[in-house]
Design a protein around this ligand. Structure first.
Ligand code: NJP
Length: 237
């Protein structure tokens, strides 16, 4: 994949977890204004997404990648020109700590925590060198609250908030914006409930619209944290 950029080229956005759910919705939104790189493991779903974007006149390329493979991430992403990185990939295994298998713990840490480092470490140096860029990471309202059965998941999302806000302070003076988007429940196949199992939840495109909005802010404006809730969640009197 070429990284040579010409004057007038559209900015490049790379979205992880693009094969379905929120990441897919973000790709479809950003493809209106950006050339998009869509990252996930599922080649068939990514191919369908690429086709959909191209059919509507946009530019999208798929990168089939397991984000938990640090060497593969460095090989595939290192040196790419990316103006907007959306760290969206995540998994949610909701189980009390004492019922959680060690491999479930490790799987969640590998995607929600370690992969965030692998991907950001590959793409941030280019942004710093160019003095411009935006890193947006999908956190969660679970990154500021707690629930039984969420020991590991809320831990990873608290990590995301600390990571994003500290990174923001490390690179803002070098022209790079860092934001964390924290939705409540979103109607995807993620975690508890399954698709269509979350009445009153946000839709994936609601989250994508928020991401689109915050990367379109003027150069001197940084929205560093977004908490996104449905207006009238069911079951609240
Ligand atoms: O998740 P889902 P959502 N390597 O399950 C990818 C947060 N969030 O869109 O590899 C590469 O539909 C996977 O692709 P594939 C949540 O914590 C959600 O709902 O093909 N990619 C798929 O594209 C997460 O950070 C809710 O299987 C890997 C994507 O990740 C983000 O929003 C609420 C991978 C997951 O798609 C997206 O969630 C909230 C790997 N090793 C926060 N492993 C909610 N939905 O309710 C997974 O507050 N992926």
């Amino acid at each position: 994949m070429t990284t040579t950029r010409r004057p007038g080229d559209r900015p490049v956005a790379l979205v992880t977890g693009a094969s379905r759910g929120i990441g897919r919705a973000i790709v479809l939104r950003l493809a209106r204004t950006h050339d998009v790189l869509a990252v996930a493991r599922s080649a068939t779903e990514l191919d369908a997404l690429v086709e959909e974007v191209r059919d509507s006149g946009g530019s999208c390329d798929a990168i089939v990648l397991d984000l938990t493979d640090a060497d593969a991430v460095a090989r595939a992403l290192g040196g790419l020109h990316v103006d907007v990185l959306v760290n969206n990939a995540g998994i949610g295994i909701m189980r009390p700590l004492l019922e959680m298998e060690p491999e479930e713990w490790r799987a969640m840490m590998a995607v929600n925590v370690d992969a965030l480092y692998h991907v950001t470490r590959a793409l941030l140096p280019g942004m710093v060198t160019r003095g411009a860029g935006h890193v947006v990471t999908l956190g969660s309202m679970a990154g500021r609250s707690a629930f039984a059965g969420g020991t590991a998941y809320t831990g990873t999302k608290h990590f995301v908030v600390g990571f994003s806000e500290s990174l923001m302070m490390e690179v803002r003076d070098q022209g790079v914006k860092v934001s964390v988007v924290m939705p409540g429940s979103v109607n995807t196949s993620f975690g508890r409930g399954g698709k269509d199992g979350k009445p009153g939840a946000l839709e994936a495109d609601d989250v994508a619209a928020a991401v689109e909005h915050l990367i379109a802010t003027p150069p001197n404006v940084l929205v560093s944290r977004v908490e996104l809730r449905p207006l009238r969640p069911p079951g609240r009197g």
